[in-house]
Design a protein around this ligand. Sequence first.
Ligand SMILES: [Zn+2]
Length: 456
Amino acid sequence: MCCVSRMAVDGGHRDGGCDWDGRWNHVRKFLERPGPRKCFYETISFTILKPFLYQSLQFLLETCKILVIGAGGLGCELLKNLVGNISMIKLDCTQPCICCLINRFIQQIRPKDVGRPKAEVAADFINSRIPGCKVVPHFKKIQDLDESFYRQFHIIVCGLDSIIARRWMNGMLISLLSYEDGVLDPSSIIPLIDGGVEGFKGNTRVILPGMTACIDCTLELYPPQINFPMCTIASMPRLPEHCIEYARILQWPKEKPFGDTSLDGDNPQHIQWVFERSQERAAEFNITGVTYRLTQGVVKRIIPAVASTNAVIAAACATEVFKIATSAYIPLNNYLVFNDVDGLYTYTFEAERKENCSACSQVPQDLQFPPSAKLQEILEYLTENASLQMKSPAITTTLEGKNKTLYLQSVKSIEERTRPNLCKTLKELGLSDGQELAVADVTTPQTVLFKLNFTA
Ligand SMILES: [Zn+2]
C-alpha cells in the first residue's frame, strides 16, 4: 500500500509478474508480526471489513476498494502513494493543460497526453508504473454519481480544493449511514480521509461519519477559499472566484486598463474594473455570486500551491488509509495540522462533534426570527452563518397541504417568479410558528430541515 515503486527492496527482484520476492516484506512485518496491537475494526465492531489478522495484506491487495477524489496536486500525490484497487474522480478541467502536467508528473510531460482527460492520464501513468495497481478513472462530477457508486468503497480519500465538494461528499457519506432504533449500524460507515492544502499550510483528518466530527461540524475552521488551478480558471470556471481570477490573472495584464500600473487590491478603481470583467465572465458561464466584496477578497489574498505541502499531506492521508485498511494501528484522532511557513510545526487534536451539526446530528435546525422578518433575512442567515455557509439555498415549505417554493436561485425563471417573496415578511408569506422549512443547497446532497421559531 505505502509507496511501493518498482524498487528492489529487501533483496527482492522483479521477474515479470505483478509481484516479486520480497515485494511486501516491509508491509508483512507490520501486519503479520505478533504484538499487542489492537484491532481497530474490533474496537468499533466493523462487520464488513474486519480483516483477519493474517489476511489483511490479502484484503489490502485484493479486496479493499479505495476512492480518491480529486486529481490535482494532492490527488496525484495520493495515487502515487497507494497501491491496490483504486478508483478516482477528477472534478474539473477536461483538457489537461501543460501546467497541470508539469506540476503533477514532474519529468513526465508527454505531448501525447495533452487533450486527454486528466483522470485518465493519471490513471494510465500509475497503472503502468506500479505493477498490480488498478486505478480506474471516473471523469465525472461527484454530484453525478449516486449512492450505489459510493457504497461500493471501503475508504474514501479526498484531495480537493473545494469546500463545497468536500461538504457534499461528507453529506453523501452521512446519507449512507443506517440506524436501527436510533443506533448507528457500524457496517454502514465508510471512513473519509480528508486532506487539504493552502500554501505552506495543510491538514489531514479522519472522519468516521456518524461517529466523529464531520466536515460541517467544524465548518468555522475553514478560511475563505483562495487558490485555484490555472486550468480551471482558464477553461472551466464553476465558481465566482474562478471568474475573478480570470479577470485578475489573464485579462488585467492583457488589457492594461490603467497603463502599466500593476493591480492594487486597495485601489477601488482597480477592484471595480476586475469586478466588472468578472461579472461578464460569470454571465458567460451562468455563474452567480460575483460581488465587489468577493472580488476584493480574492484579489488581495492569493496563496500558491506548494508541492512539498502536497507531498506531506498526501503521505499523512496514505498512512491513515493504510492504518484503517489493515487495522495495523489506531487511526489519527482525528485532525492533524501542518505548517511550514516559518520553521516546521505540526499538531494533532480531536475535533469534536457539534451537537446540532446541520449535516450529521439528526437534530432539526432552529431558525429564530420575528414574524416581521423578511425572507431575505433568512436567506442571508443561511449563507452568512459560519456554521451553515450555504451558497445558493433553495427554500421550500408546506402551506395548506401544498409544497410551496419560497425562493430558488438556480433556475432563472423560478428565481424571477420567487424573487418578490424575499421582500415579504414571514407573516405575509403565511408562515407560522413551528413551521418547517426544507432547504436544498449545493453543499449537501440532502435537504436540510429547519424549524421556524418566532421570536417576539
Ligand atoms: Zn457534523
